[in-house]
Design a protein around this ligand. Structure first.
Ligand code: SAH
Length: 347
């Protein structure tokens, strides 16, 4: 049997684990603090445990640690983009962003992705595997230790489809927002999905106070399907209904991500149809000029066209902002850094 990753256990599971090793349950609390507050990278660092116990742990489980393979820092705004190697050599990207309201980390949930969105670099090689809760936490922990500053916001908007890795995502969120760890408020956490309807409905029942972000990118089923294969499985109105449900159950306003592509989804008619689609829904639209990916061939609209699209939405009663582009100079689009370095096994 494969050994379990000790960083992926919540406190209850950790207690059971220690008991199963014939240890006292209070050891779990000590270990939890080493894992999730002190962010240790080696069992040897658990200095209040005997050498014998540390060796027993190293025998019985693994400890996920991410290795920083590359880091790029933007000269424009201090954004730092990390390429991390997982214990098995797979690579994922994470981003550190410094805002006025606090520091934010963008986390990957999978190595690769199987959703196939036409404009996205992360999905070009398909899905390698799901990340464990410990590997998702590690992205936050390594960045926190690297910059030496507290992280107040987490967005699960890196590589992968978080709701396609649902159980691990939930465990990650629980440890991230729970006491005894980073204790980040659920209100400061955003999970972004391409629109997996059953999981969106489940998430509404989790009482986590998260912001749900939904990648919409088109105002009609036909146009969306041309950009996002997942639309064949979950039709656009089903996605919008699941958003209404999410708001009704949680009181949290849903965010829509709409990546503007010149000549594809940026016309006045697109804006009108989008406003029509979202009518009566308490939501916010984030407009993101598409990040051109060499293999994809989509282009950003002119600045003025982006502004016009935003103003049109606002006139039609839809809240909209144009997302400030951070780290423009450092391979902004998800998956680009990883692609540049191939599978990463050689790093
Ligand atoms: N799988 C999740 C989260 C991953 S990506 C999702 O689909 O929401 C985070 C956001 O970046 C998504 O809205 C995604 O559609 C968008 N995105 C991906 N590639 C992009 C690109 N080249 N330009 C702009 N946005 C992009």
């Amino acid at each position: 049997m494969e050994k379990a990753d000790i960083r992926s256990y919540d406190l209850e599971e950790l207690k059971e684990f220690f008991v199963s090793l014939g240890e006292k349950p209070f050891r779990a609390k000590q270990a939890y603090s080493w894992l999730h507050q002190k962010h240790i990278t080696d069992f040897g660092e658990m200095t209040d445990f005997s050498k014998q116990l540390r060796e027993k742990l190293a025998e019985a489980c693994t400890l996920s640690v991410l290795r920083q393979a590359r880091v790029q820092q933007s000269k424009l705004d201090g954004t730092r983009k990390y390429l991390f190697a997982l214990p098995d050599g797979n690579l994922v990207e994470s981003v550190f962003l410094r805002y006025k309201h606090g520091n934010s980390v963008c986390v990957s949930s999978q190595a690769g992705c199987r959703m196939g969105c036409r404009f996205c670099a992360s999905t070009l090689d398909g899905l390698a595997r799901n990340l464990t809760p410990g590997e998702m936490l590690e992205q936050v922990y390594r960045i926190r230790e690297d910059v030496g500053e507290r992280v107040s916001n987490v967005v699960v908007m890196g590589m992968g489809e978080p709701l396609d890795n649902y159980q691990n995502l939930l465990k990650f969120l629980q440890i991230l927002t729970g006491e005894g760890g980073e204790n980040i408020s659920g209100r400061n956490v955003t999970v972004s999905t391409c629109g997996l309807v059953p999981q969106m409905r489940s998430l509404a029942e989790e009482k986590l106070q998260l912001t749900l972000a939904v990648s919409l990118h088109a105002p009609t089923q036909e146009k969306r399907l041309a950009l996002m294969p997942i639309a064949a499985k979950y039709e656009i109105h089903e996605v919008i209904d699941a958003c209404r449900h999410y708001f009704a159950r949680t009181g949290r306003r849903v965010t829509f991500e709409y990546s503007l592509m010149a000549g594809v989804n940026d016309t006045g008619q697109d804006a009108r149809q989008l406003a029509e689609l979202l009518r009566g829904l308490n939501c916010h639209v984030n407009l993101i000029p598409v990040n051109p990916v060499r293999e994809r061939g989509y282009a950003q609209p002119e600045r003025a066209a982006v502004q016009k699209f935003k103003e049109k939405l606002e006139r039609l009663g839809v809240n909209a902002t144009v997302r400030r582009e951070m780290g423009r100079d450092i391979d902004g689009a998800c998956g680009q850094l990883r692609r540049r370095y191939g599978s990463g096994k050689e790093l």
